[in-house]
Design a protein around this ligand. Structure first.
Ligand code: FAD
Ligand code: DHB
Length: 390
């Protein structure tokens, strides 16, 4: 098979890139190791920055998002038995929209297929070759056969565990990373959200987050030790812990309901530089991971491919190489801003070293400063709603 841009991975990055390229008249093929059913139902992130919403709308994907997405103009911080609202829209003029990642994925797949696009599901890329030549190849396995996708460029959008990154020779890439001694236990529950805005709660037993997906579905997270086993968390234990960490404000109670799904995700900060080598470009989780506290993962993936869409358009229309050459440098500016913000939110809100009371006092001082200083609150708000796409 031959195409102009070969894309590995049908997550938000790969699908959005294919959609943007199509709008510029550039052909692409997306290879995805999982089934369509699997990627459309994988529960992950839920917060879209204003810039991501604008990108979806501006490229014809706003209809269901505008109907079903929940626009939020603030978030709540809970700590030391108090609650405080950060009025994001008042402080920045912008807002976020709660819309599940799998809904973005469904909308993108539907748009690509309606436009005659090619997404091969259950097609696992096994290795890349010829990246130093004008005609690189993605080798993949589909329906029991070894196949080849020949293209002008390869874009690795295959997430942290993908194969694309490893195609770069040793010594070229630099890795920056940090692991955390805790993970998030996430649940999706058939319970009407008890609040309209997200609650980020700092508690002596650990962090908790109250989010939602719709007027009927809540999405909740608990900080747990990194090596925790989900089997040790029957539903009643999850609700009890959520009550302890979230019901800290007089008169406020959780709405409970059947738990539809639960899983534990490790927290990690990770960046690989540069985000390009020869004819291979890397985007999204394939090159950078943030801990989820700042809700940046999916937004960064979309921002990367917005740059790549324009860069390939300039190359195919006019032979311009400047945007492609600048891709890594430009994208990394946003990536590192999000790295710092996500690390900062994570450090401020999680229970860190239980044996270090000094750390806990610093966290309280930081949270209190946020509630008293509009300047500091504006810094949180402008990062959370997202700095404008470059
Ligand atoms: P992905 O969505 O990971 O897409 C990569 C795709 O590539 C996948 O579909 C994968 O199946 C495919 N693939 C991998 N290897 C191959 C191969 N060899 N051949 C073909 N296809 C391949 N962010 C938040 O902000 N909040 C959250 O609550 C949150 N929860 C998360 C939970 C989990 C378990 C994970 C892994 C991430 C979570 N994130 C969260 C992060 C956010 O979901 C990601 O940042 C986002 O998915 C990045 O999109 P992407 O397109 O780069 O990668
Ligand atoms: C959600 C996930 C996040 O990581 C976050 O910071 C806020 C909300 C969510 O899944 O709704």
């Amino acid at each position: 098979m031959r195409t102009q841009v070969g894309i590995v991975g049908a997550g938000p990055a790969g699908l959005m890139l294919s959609h943007l390229l199509h709008r510029h008249g550039i052909s692409s093929v997306v290879l995805e190791s999982r089934s369509r059913e699997y990627v459309e139902h994988r529960v992950r992130a839920g917060v879209l920055e204003q810039g991501s919403v604008d990108l979806l709308r501006d490229t014809g994907l706003g209809a269901r998002l505008d109907r079903e997405g929940l626009r939020h103009e603030g978030i709540e911080l809970r700590f030391d038995g108090e609650s405080h609202r950060v009025a994001m829209t008042e402080l920045t003029g912008r807002a976020i929209t709660v819309y599940g990642q799998q809904e973005v994925v469904k909308d993108l797949i539907a748009a690509r297929l309606a436009a005659g696009g090619t997404i091969l599901f259950s097609a696992e890329a096994t290795r890349l070759s010829g990246l130093e030549s004008p005609s690189p190849v993605v080798h993949y396995r589909h329906e029991g056969r070894d196949e080849e996708l020949h293209c002008d460029f390869v874009v690795g959008c295959d997430g942290f565990h993908g194969v694309s990154r490893s195609a770069v020779p040793d010594g070229v890439l630099h890795t920056y990373e940090r692991t955390y001694p805790f993970a998030w236990l996430g649940v999706l529950a058939a319970a009407a959200p008890a609040v309209e805005e997200l609650i980020y709660a700092h508690h002596e037993r650990g962090f908790a987050l109250y989010s939602m997906r719709s007027p009927e579905i809540s999405r909740l997270y608990l900080q747990v030790p990194a090596d925790e086993d989900i089997a040790d968390w029957p539903d009643e234990r999850i609700w009890a812990e959520l009550r302890t960490r979230l019901e800290t404000v007089p008169g406020w109670t959780l709405n409970e309901g059947p738990i539809l799904e639960k899983a534990i995700t490790p927290l990690r900060s990770f960046v690989v530089e540069p985000m390009q080598w020869q004819r291979l470009y890397l985007a999204g989780d394939a090159v950078h991971i943030v801990p989820p506290t700042g809700a940046k993962g999916m937004n960064l993936a979309l921002a990367d491919v917005a740059l790549l869409g324009d860069a390939f358009a300039a190359w195919y229309a006019d032979g311009r190489t400047d945007l492609l050459d600048d891709y890594s440098r430009t994208a990394l500016r946003r990536v590192w801003r999000a790295q710092q913000f996500s690390w900062w939110m994570t450090s401020m809100l999680h229970r860190l070293d239980a044996d270090d009371p000094y750390e806990a006092k610093l966290q309280s001082a930081t949270l209190r400063y946020l509630t008293t200083s509009p300047a500091y609150a504006t810094s949180l708000a402008e990062n959370y709603v997202g700095l404008p796409l470059v």
